[in-house]
Design a protein around this ligand. Structure first.
Ligand code: CP
Length: 304
């Protein structure tokens, strides 16, 4: 039995295989429509979500399986004081696989100690979000056709943005990647990501506060929302939330084939007028996420 807590729980070969399966699903959806018949996915979401929860549920339904679960801690017995471990142990009697989101870093890992079914981390605090990374990787594959030799800019809340941490981790396993971190000082990429991942692999990186100066060299611009829910101080959030707003004038010197990504939800950090730009890939990420979650569910259920 395999759990996916962090993107490195999947080897490069397994990611390649998930991408190949997702591409095949895109070509021939009917082939997969009964593959998880009589299997159940439980979505245990202790924190709000639109994309991750609904795409997991859509993925399982499109594989012919069923879905149970809850969408907030308040609608589960955790509101009565039940532990995550007991919740997961109990749900293992009802479901074949669990996707779990929790505001506390490490909660899905703690759940694996008692779980009799595979656990997928659907986002834990400011830590990891491996299935968003799978969506991101399929998007990069479809847009760029490669994972090597790319200059990738990450912009916004790089401190709390778990999707950034997971994607940096994933990219660290490829060659020729250059990272450009664009953030205010207060929201810089955490030191442990630099020490444990970037510096260990020797990936070149730069840190800057301005988007315009680095725009011409980027192949990918990964915008992020300032994560208000993780701030301790509302005044800081208000001061920083609109620090970067991507508007068409900021793209004047960008590459013609720049890929603009965002895990969503978006607040103000990408102007709506960018949505019409052919370089905007954030809604493609949403679609790709469902296909990668279908491929992952099948892999973890042993081909179902
Ligand atoms: N990208 C993402 O995790 O979105 P949700 O919070 O809506 O699931």
């Amino acid at each position: 039995m395999k759990h996916v807590l962090d993107i490195t729980d999947l080897s490069i070969e397994e990611i390649d295989s998930l991408i190949a399966t997702a591409m095949d699903i895109i070509k021939d959806k009917e082939k997969y429509q009964d593959i998880c018949k009589r299997k159940k996915l439980a979505t245990l979401f202790f924190e709000p979500s639109t994309r991750t929860r609904l795409s997991f549920e859509a993925a399982m339904l499109e594989l012919g399986g069923s879905v149970i679960g809850f969408s907030s801690a308040s609608s589960s017995s955790s509101s009565k004081g039940e532990s995550v471990s007991d919740t997961v142990k109990v749900v293992g009697y009802y479901a074949d696989i669990i996707a779990m989101r929790h505001p506390k870093e490490g909660a899905p890992m703690a759940a694996t100690a008692v779980s009799d079914v595979p656990i997928i981390n659907a986002g834990d605090g400011g830590h990891h979000h491996p299935t968003q990374t799978l969506a991101d990787l399929l998007t990069i594959h479809r847009e760029k056709g490669r994972f090597n030799n790319l200059t990738v800019g990450f912009c916004g809340d790089l401190k709390f943005g778990r999707t950034v941490h997971s994607l940096v981790n994933a990219l660290s396993r490829y060659t020729g990647i250059k990272l450009v971190f664009i953030s205010p000082d207060e929201l810089k990429i955490p030191q442990y990501i630099k020490t444990d991942i970037i510096e260990k692999t020797g990936m070149p990186y730069v840190e800057t506060r301005t988007m315009e100066s680095v725009m011409p060299e980027l192949d990918i611009l990964y915008m992020t929302r300032v994560q208000g829910e993780r701030f301790f101080n509302e005044a800081d959030y208000i001061r920083l939330r609109d620090y970067y707003i991507l508007t068409p004038d900021k793209l004047e010197n960008a590459k013609k084939d720049l890929c603009i990504m965002h895990p969503l939800p978006r607040v103000n950090e990408i102007a709506r007028s960018i949505d019409k730009d052919p370089r905007a890939c954030y809604f493609k990420q949403v679609e790709n996420g469902k296909y990668m979650r279908m491929a992952l569910i099948m892999m973890l259920l042993g081909g179902a």
